[in-house]
Ligand binder design. Structure first.
Ligand code: SAM
Length: 229
């Protein structure tokens, strides 16, 4: 797992073109997966949602469009340039979402204080995954829910295509778009090192979550986990 300061620096470097690169590399599918996450959250009709590793605020801002205006949404990230983009997007779209600095290794929230926690493409970047998952469990209320949208391990049949896309095409394409080829080589290796959906389920249960379920997208390339405290 990459060191937190290295990850932070990397996202600082690509912040201004992060959203564009995402859309291009996923052929727009990232929007559909994000919307599946938001639809699952909306079913719970929460009063408050905390979006961790919120980045440029993509999930938090889209969530504010689907959830009632009374739902309080707060985004946390440790990368200031990503938060700056989130804040200016929210201001531009007239959204009252708070974007705050917070490291998922030691979150600035008290125990059992969050009703619903979301995190999209963040867990894979944790310096210590178990510590981060324990933090998620610590801040979640009893009977609260956590939703994790993350890359996963594709089916054997899809694996060669996935490998070519993630290891060869993405670093070149995203490198050209963002000017940072290294960041997208890291993307490929971080995906390869990440557990499959069953593996993440085991890790979530180990830190105290129950009723862990998941759905897979694009032959297992991406997984949406839901876990209850
Ligand atoms: C791939 S981006 C995802 C951003 C956003 N959730 C999305 O769906 O577009 C990963 C984000 O996780 C943040 N991140 C990684 N490790 C973190 C940590 N330990 N604490 C807080 N944020 C972290 C990075 O700064 C970056 O903004």
């Amino acid at each position: 797992m990459a060191q937190g300061n290295v990850v932070n620096q990397m996202f600082s470097g690509i912040a201004s073109r992060y959203d564009l690169a995402n859309r291009v590399l996923s052929f727009g599918l990232c929007v559909l997966w994000r919307n599946r996450l938001i639809a699952s959250v909306a079913k719970l009709n929460p009063k408050e949602v905390v979006d961790l590793a919120t980045g440029s605020g993509d999930v938090a801002i889209a969530m504010s469009e689907s959830l009632p205006s009374t739902t309080k949404i707060t985004g946390y990230d440790f990368c200031e340039p990503m938060l700056d983009i989130a804040r200016s997007r929210a201001a531009h779209e007239n959204k009252s979402i708070e974007f705050l600095t917070g490291d998922c290794m030691k979150l600035p929230m008290s125990d059992a204080s969050c009703e619903v926690v979301t995190i999209a493409y963040g867990v894979r970047n944790f310096e210590h995954r178990e510590q981060g998952l324990k933090e998620l469990a610590r801040i979640t209320q009893n009977h609260g829910s956590v939703f994790i949208l993350e890359f996963s391990q594709p089916s054997k049949l899809f694996w060669p295509l996935h490998f070519i896309h993630v290891r060869i095409i993405s670093p070149i394409l995203a490198g050209l778009l963002t000017g940072d080829f290294g960041a997208y080589r890291y993307l490929g290796s971080s995906i390869a090192d990440f557990p499959d959906a069953d593996g993440l389920t085991v890790e979530l249960k180990k830190v105290g979550f129950s009723e862990v379920t998941y759905e897979l997208f694009l032959c297992g390339t991406v997984a949406l986990h839901r876990a209850k405290k």
